[in-house]
Design a protein around this ligand. Structure first.
Ligand code: NI
Length: 144
């Protein structure tokens, strides 16, 4: 595993629409492992591929109960709302209040291409929304 450089705000790569990940090979696994290591080292709770300069639709999230890898994630259901502080590893030392759904259900693929759905509430739902936004070039400050 290796620590990757985290792209910071101002870099165009954070504003691009990412493309579908079509291959589920060793290279993807290595990148996901690197992303987890990079996220933990930076003490973040999520990291999306464009944040390490890769314009593909995948991200990792760990809000304290284990790593979740989402490849080609899509929010298929959302309900309620919550307002809370949000930050981003690409926007250092800044936190703002952002409104998000309280609960989301995400359909995604795992690192081997198997489709699954996962429902999250509260802070984890917030993290999912934030990371999935990254895949469309959206930063949380756009939603403040
Ligand atoms: Ni972020």
């Amino acid at each position: 595993m290796a620590i990757r450089n985290i792209v910071k705000i101002g870099d165009d790569v954070l504003r691009k629409i990412c493309r579908t990940q079509l291959t589920f090979d060793e290279r993807l696994h290595q990148t996901l492992d690197d992303m987890a290591e990079t996220m933990y080292k930076a003490e973040g709770v999520g990291l999306a591929a464009p944040q390490i300069g890769i314009l593909r639709r995948y991200c990792v999230v760990d809000v304290g109960d284990g790593i979740i890898e989402l490849v080609n994630p899509v929010i298929i259901e959302k309900s309620g709302e919550q307002i809370g502080d949000e930050g981003c590893l690409s926007i250092p030392e800044r936190f703002e209040k952002v409104k998000r759904p309280l609960t989301v259900t995400v359909k995604a693929q795992d690192r081997n291409g198997k489709t699954f759905t996962i429902t999250a509430e509260g802070f984890k739902a917030r993290a999912f929304c934030h990371e999935i936004d990254h895949l469309d070039g959206v930063l949380y400050i756009d939603r403040v």
